[in-house]
Design a protein around this ligand. Structure first.
Ligand SMILES: N[C@@H](CCC(=O)N[C@@H](CS)C(=O)NCC(=O)O)C(=O)O
Length: 213
């Protein structure tokens, strides 16, 4: 049986959504985060890095959201609804699949990790830690993130979905976009409208019920 090893509040929600779109049979093995927010050690029994999502199907163990989505499309999307089969859509699909985790997520994770630092630093040197964090945020992360936001806002001004039709590229892009839209309080109208649009999909709503928001 196809099994998704799902860590609460994680990128793994994307895979539940994809499975719901496909309507294929699967089961979810749920994992809770530790108080440190890390994944529990049991996930390392499934894959040595212990990250989620990871799926097991027959004798295969597959990690990395983009690879999992591609595998699910190739194996279970018999009608080719969610992955384009020809150019130019296919290359665009692959671009967004890799862009989400390769270019956009590292910037978002950096801001999240830096936000965890001040409470862990001894009180007396906290002002110095805050100065360093502000320097990294203002000098490195924010200018780059602003370029990405503008890029995405422009793309979504002209496209209903990331490629010419709804695809697994939208599911892959949903995690950073939903996070950004929340952090930015819906300030970017095209990103905000896109997030509202994808959240209306029945399969998305079923995924939230099964895996959490
Ligand atoms: N690039 C990977 C990222 C996997 C990843 O880092 N997942 C996070 C959850 S969002 C995780 O398992 N974190 C737990 C930890 O690092 O301990 C993917 O897209 O699947």
């Amino acid at each position: 049986m196809l099994t998704l090893h799902h860590l609460e509040k994680s990128r793994s929600s994307r895979i539940i959504w994809a499975l719901e779109e496909l309507g294929t049979e699967y089961q979810i093995q749920h994992y809770k985060r530790l108080p440190t927010y890390a994944a529990p050690p049991e996930l390392k029994k499934v894959h040595p890095l212990g990250k989620s999502p990871v799926i097991t199907d027959d004798n295969l163990v597959i990690a990395e959201s983009a690879v999992i989505l591609d595998y699910l499309a190739d194996r279970y999307d018999t009608q080719h609804q969610f992955k384009p089969q020809s150019q130019p859509d296919l290359t665009q699909y692959q671009y967004w699949m890799h862009y989400a985790e390769g270019s956009l997520m590292p910037l978002l994770v950096m801001t999240l990790v830096l936000s965890f630092v001040p409470p862990k630093v001894p009180f007396v040197i906290r002002p110095i830690a805050n100065k360093i964090i502000d320097g990294v945020t203002d000098g490195f992360i924010q200018p780059r993130l602003a370029e990405h936001i503008e890029f995405l806002e422009q793309h979504l001004a002209q496209h209903e979905f990331f490629i010419s039709q709804f695809s697994f590229a939208d599911i892959q892009m949903s995690f950073p976009l939903i996070a950004m839209d929340e952090r930015l309080n819906g300030k970017y109208p095209n990103i905000h409208a896109y997030v509202k649009r994808i959240k209306q999909r029945p399969a998305y709503q079923r995924a939230v019920i099964k895996g959490g928001d």
